[in-house]
Design a protein. Sequence first.
Length: 247
Amino acid sequence: MNISDKLRLLFHNTESICVLTGAGISAESGVETFRGSNGLWSKLKPEELADFNAFMRNPELVWEWYNYRKKIIHNVKPNPAHFALAHLQELVKDFTLITQNIDNLHIRAGSKNVLELHGNIERSYCIDCGKFVADVEVSLENKVPHCQFCNGIIRPDIVWFGEMLPEGVFEAATEAANQCELFLTIGTSAVVYPAASLPLIARENGAYVVEINMERTEISHSVNETLLGKAGEILPQLVKMKEEIKG
Ligand code: BV8
Ligand code: ZN
C-alpha cells in the first residue's frame, strides 16, 4: 500500500485516532451510496424523502423507502472495512468512531460507543409523545406505524435535512476531532454539514488528516493525505500494520 513515511510513522506511534465514515464504507457490503453514479439520490430526490415536511406530506412513501432500505440492510453483512475499524479500536488507547451512516453495520461489526450523527434505521420514535419503538412493522396493511400509547405517527430515528443532529452527539464528535492526533475520513463525499466540518476541525487542531476514498472529494485539498482505493482493502492493511507494531 502506497502511504507516506509520515503516515507510516504516525500510525506506528499514535494512541489517538478519530474516524469519520460515510456511505462508502458500506458500499462493499452491498449498500448503495447516495451520490455515486447509480446512488440512491440519483433515482430519488432527498428533499422529497429525507425531509420532515416530505414525511408529513406523505408518510407512506417515506416509510416505504426506509422499509426498502431496512430490508437491504438486513440482508447484508459488515465488510472487512467495518471489522478493521472495530479491531483498530482495540489497538489504540483513544479511539472515536463517528458515522454518518444509519445502517447499523459498525455496531454489527463490533465497534463500541459509535457516534451516530444521522441516527439509526433500527430505531424509530413517536412524533407526538417521543416514545422510542424498536422493530416497527410496516406492511401493506399497516403502511404508517402508529404509537401504541398515544396513536401518534411513528417516524424513523434518522436526521433529515434541516433537522438538528442528536443532542450532544455532534458536540462529542467535535471534541474528539479537536483532540486527536490522526483523523481518518473514510467513504464520504464530504458534502453534508455539519459532519463534513469534522475533518477540517481536526486539521485546525493540528491532527494529521487522511482521506480514504475511491475518488477525490470536496475536502481533498484540505487533508494531509488521500489514499485512493476501496476502504475494504486499505483499512485491513493499515490495521495489520498497527497490529505488527503492537506485536
Ligand atoms: C443541519 C438522511 C442544522 C438519512 C442525511 C438549508 C437548511 C437547513 C440546513 C441546510 C440548508 N442548506 C444546507 C444545509 C445543511 C444540510 C446540508 O449539509 N446539505 C447539503 C446537502 C448541502 N445539513 C443538514 O440539514 C443537517 N442538519 O444542518 O441542522 C440546521 C437546522 C435547521 C436549519 C439550519 C441548520 C442534517 C444533515 C443530515 C441529513 N441526512 N440522510 C438517510 O436517509 O440516510 S444526509 C445523507 O448524506 C446520509 O445521511 C449520508 O450519511 C450523508 C453523507 O453522504 P455520504 O455518506 O458522504 O455518501 P455519498 O454517497 O455522498 O458519498 C460516498 C462516498 O464514498 C463517495 O465519495 C464515494 O467515492 C465513496 N466510496 C464509494 N465506495 C467506496 C468509497 N470509498 C471507499 N471505499 C469504497 N468501497
Ligand atoms: Zn406516542
